[in-house]
Design a protein around this ligand. Structure first.
Ligand code: GDP
Length: 445
């Protein structure tokens, strides 16, 4: 069973008590289990294969963090890789609804949850984003579907386009557009007809509607429980209609979430929302972390590994502190420190972890140093030769120019960096002389 991936992996790694780097064999063994788990979670075979291969290259040789097993470490690596695949560009859940009235085209198969999702989304746009929304049903073959949208609209307080008997979908789309313009709506949503399966007539109809509406967003609504079928549906709709995003419904069910991964890998289109029930507010922004956790079914391990990694970072900071206390602080140290600062949530987070650095954290804050500046400083250090990094005072004016240019910066930026390094290194020396007690005293002042 899928739930047992964690047991499966710990079984594999029970025999391995050694710590250190992950060997190729360790990783291979673990990833075989991961692959099976992915398939059981409904990830398609080629996607699972590619994914495992990418993770394998990434994991081999990675240091195993103390206090967790290699198996757990692999799971964390897999988890992070899953999030990477699942993440689309831009803000999750963001929709292009500027330039009113912005058309949103809702497409999908019958029974996938299209009408329900249209209403849920209209409610969200109204309540969360303060938009005025008009909904229109284009499902002329199923009067009940048109009625259903009107009922939902009533329930959530969102206007629907009045039903006119005998009108075809393109005519309804045009009328919705006109009405949205005249009525001062920000958004109009077109709930297209679904079929039980993809057929030519359906596609032609949706295409014709798309051409008159020129939607800002074309959202495909698919049932997340249908796994691979959902992926095929997405592929088909994307090829024919061109979709801008996906809404996965019935994620409140016991689906494994694998469809999400395949869908993303196959279509490259972002999953924007997930449906989590029949109620009108059961629609949430898609969160890659949650789906990744669901696919792996082991959030606890991921949290454990994250915690262990935090400990390691604290250990590293302590080691660096010791070196600094001895007065050893060159540009490489500074670079490492800058990199860690970025990793650990900025300079202040880092300084806060180092004894005696409380004061400096304040200075850093006042100087307005943020990640961008940190990255620029790293680039400057990277443009230096090994010798120059060890001994930055050797830098002559001509080299300074080259280095600054190499990093796409000005000489004045380099001078600032060098000044910072000098100040830090002086401070380190002073603190080193004071010894541990002295440092603490200094920190308490
Ligand atoms: P359409 O044919 O694609 O328009 O599908 P409907 O919107 O009519 O939905 C079909 C059924 O699925 C309805 O009973 C909905 O209440 C239900 N449904 C839609 N979305 C979800 C969801 O996210 N979770 C659950 N559990 N049911 C849903």
């Amino acid at each position: 069973m899928f739930e047992n991936l964690s047991e499966r992996l710990s079984g594999v790694f029970d025999r391995l008590t050694k710590q250190g780097a992950l060997s190729e064999d360790d990783v291979k063994t673990a990833l075989r289990e991961v692959r099976v788990a992915l398939l059981e979670a409904d990830v398609s075979l080629p996607v699972a294969r590619d994914f495992v291969k990418a993770v394998q290259d990434q994991a081999t040789g990675q240091a195993v963090t103390k206090s967790i097993t290699p198996g757990q470490q692999v799971v964390k690596i897999v988890h992070d890789a899953l999030i990477n695949v699942l993440k689309g560009e831009g803000e999750p859940g963001a929709l292009k609804v500027d330039n009113p009235p912005a058309p949103i085209l809702m497409v999908g198969l019958q029974g996938g949850g299209k009408t329900t999702t249209t209403a849920k989304l209209a409610k969200r746009l109204t309540e969360k984003d303060g938009k005025r929304v008009l909904m229109a049903s284009l499902d002329v073959n199923r009067p009940a579907a048109m009625e259903q949208l009107a009922i939902l609209g009533n329930q959530i307080g969102v206007d629907t386009l009045p039903i006119v008997k005998g009108e075809d979908p393109v005519a309804i789309a045009k009328r919705a557009k006109t009405q949205a313009g005249l009525g001062g709506y920000d958004v109009y949503m077109l709930d297209t007809a679904g079929r039980l399966s993809i057929d030519e007539e359906l596609m032609q109809q949706v295409e014709a509607v798309r051409d008159v509406a020129t939607p800002r967003e074309t959202l495909l609504v698919v049932d997340g429980l249908t796994g691979q079928d959902a992926v095929h549906t997405a592929e088909n709709f994307d090829e024919r209609i061109g979709i801008s995003g996906v809404v996965l419904t019935r994620m409140d069910g016991d689906g494994r979430g694998g469809a999400a991964l395949s869908m993303r890998a196959v279509t490259g289109k972002p999953i924007k929302f997930v449906g989590l029930g029949e109620k009108m507010d059961a629609l949430e922004t898609f969160e890659p972390e949650r789906i990744a956790g669901r696919i792996l079914g082991m959030g606890d391990i991921v949290a454990l590994v994250e915690k262990a990694q935090e400990t390691i970072q604290a250990e590293q900071a302590e080691r660096m502190m010791k070196r600094m206390a001895k007065g050893q602080f060159n540009m490489n140290d500074l670079k490492m420190q800058l990199e860690q600062m970025i990793q650990m949530g900025g300079m202040q987070g880092m300084m806060g972890m180092m004894p005696g650095m409380g004061k400096m954290a304040k200075q850093v804050e006042n100087a307005g140093l943020d990640d961008k500046v940190l990255k620029q400083q790293i680039a400057l250090i990277q443009s230096m030769t090994k010798k120059e990094r060890a001994n930055p005072q050797l830098l002559q004016a001509s080299r300074k120019k080259r280095i600054a240019r190499g990093a796409g910066m000005e000489v004045s930026d380099l001078n600032k960096l060098m000044k910072m390094h000098r100040q830090m290194s002086d401070m380190m020396k002073k603190m080193g002389k004071m010894g541990k007690g002295g440092m603490l005293k200094q920190a308490m002042k």
